[in-house]
Design a protein around this ligand. Structure first.
Ligand code: PRP
Ligand code: MN
Ligand code: MG
Length: 179
């Protein structure tokens, strides 16, 4: 795309940190007494969120990653979820928390949750920092959600627009400029 854009702050770094503290109190309680929780980050978008999240969890954990891509460089979901990189470790009998940056149509997290469930884990839960319920195409709801947002194109805190802007410390809204 040749269109220019600016980014307006939507959720500040401070608001994200405060919400993560709240969520981690709930998650820690939910997995109280777990032997070893496997925290699974979905690459690439969750890499910032999972880093902040695990440092607020008062639990024994392992970290693993899985890459599932639906968007690629496009702005629209392809609806076909591909597993580009699978977990390193087995999760059979293990408690698992899947960490995602955003649930949009729901195809990605729905697909990954079913895939991981088929491996007979212990307790399987998911958390998404952002949720756009108005965009949902499959019946899926994450167990924990940081913020529910309207149908805006968002970037930052791990989320990209054509692979850019993942390193912004806040969640921003993309505003296109016609020229
Ligand atoms: C984005 C985002 C979620 C997914 C949400 O990932 O990070 O994983 O799309 O969309 P959905 O609910 O419509 O499936 P993307 O495929 O762009 O890969 P990335 O994480 O590497 O940016
Ligand atoms: Mn993603
Ligand atoms: Mg993307």
């Amino acid at each position: 795309s040749q269109r220019g854009y600016v980014i307006d702050e939507m959720i500040s770094a401070k608001a994200i940190a405060a919400r993560i503290e709240e969520l981690c109190r709930e998650i820690t309680a939910e997995f109280d007494g777990t032997d070893k929780l496997v925290v699974v980050g979905l690459l690439r978008g969750s890499f910032v969120f999972i880093a902040d999240l695990v440092r607020e969890l008062d639990l024994p954990i392992e970290v693993d990653f899985l890459e599932a891509s639906s968007y690629g460089d496009a702005m629209e979901s392809s609806r076909e979820v591909r597993i580009l990189k699978d977990l390193r470790g087995a999760i059979e009998g293990r408690d698992v928390l899947v960490v995602e940056d955003i649930v949009d149509t729901g195809h990605t997290l729905n697909h990954v949750t079913h895939l991981l469930q088929s491996r007979d884990p212990g307790k399987l839960r998911s958390i998404a920092l952002l949720d756009k319920p108005s965009r949902r195409e499959v019946d899926f709801r994450s167990d924990w959600i940081g913020f529910e947002i309207p149908d805006e194109f968002v970037v930052g805190y791990g989320i990209d627009y054509a692979q850019r802007n993942r390193n912004l410390p806040f969640i921003g809204k993309v505003r296109f400029i016609e020229d």
